[in-house]
Design a protein around this ligand. Sequence first.
Ligand code: PBG
Length: 325
Amino acid sequence: MAFPQQRLRRLRAQEPLRRMLRETSLASDDFVYPLFLKEGAGGKTEISSMPGVYHHCLDSLLKELEDVSVLSIPAILLFGLPGSKDETGSEAYAPQGIVQRGIKAIKASFPDLMIITDICLCAYTTHGHCGIIENGRVDNDKTLSILQQVAVSHAAAGADMVAPSDMMDGRVGAIRTALDDNGYTELPIMSYAAKFASHFYGPFREAADSSPRFGDRKSYQMDPANAAEALREIALDIEEGADIIMVKPALAYLDIIFRAKEKFGCPLAAYNVSGEYSMVKAAAARGMLEERSVMMEMLQSIRRAGADIIITYFAREAARVLKGM
Ligand code: PBG
């Protein structure tokens, strides 16, 4: 049967029916809110390329979290900016590092908020790469033992989940072993499994002061042209013990999200990265786009593609829209 018997517009004519038939849901339960904690910061300073996102000192971060918990956002993703950097990123696993102290303070004030920590070295190394440099190259296996120490130090401070974003081979397995050996068998790993060498990270690198000082990240992050390789990366991370897999960035990689969900069916996060956020903010500031509607449409598309969790700088604003605020 076709037109005129079939008329799909009948199903679109009434708002209650549109609501009942909506195929994708979006809720604040789906969001993870990224935050930047900076050693030595006085108060909070807006990141110029990311309006509404700040470098926080501990006090201002705790203040911001009051809002986050009122909005029922279940989790945050914590990034640290250390007071000093060195060749091996040792502040990343210092027991009194900025993230380790931050975790303890947040837990003391917000025991029910889930703290996810980013495991990477790029904000902590003088060269700005995500691993240890040997003979001018990022050395995979030497980096693994450092990542293990970072993960264990976050677990010891009280993190609820760790999220390795470095893209070294074998790091999920190495981190799983280190966590288990130290008694953290229940701590889940969300791996940045398919992380592309993307120019959409530009604003983040200002935020985290983590640009590579030489070369680029193409020897460890993935070529944006590759989908089959993304599925191989994800398969390996699952095999090594990843509990949640992540695709990053989100919007230009919805096909990867879709294929990963179809193929593996396991819990999947997508990172709606800094550049995706800043584009909307910049266009809206110039009156070119209606910010709130575009934001909600983007987040819904990421869910429709197959993401269970969305890591997004829009988390607070989107949660407000969902609450009718
Ligand atoms: C660290 C890291 C990056 C992001 C998250 N963790 C940047 C990078 O790989 O250069 C990007 C997040 C964003 O753009 O919002 N490796």
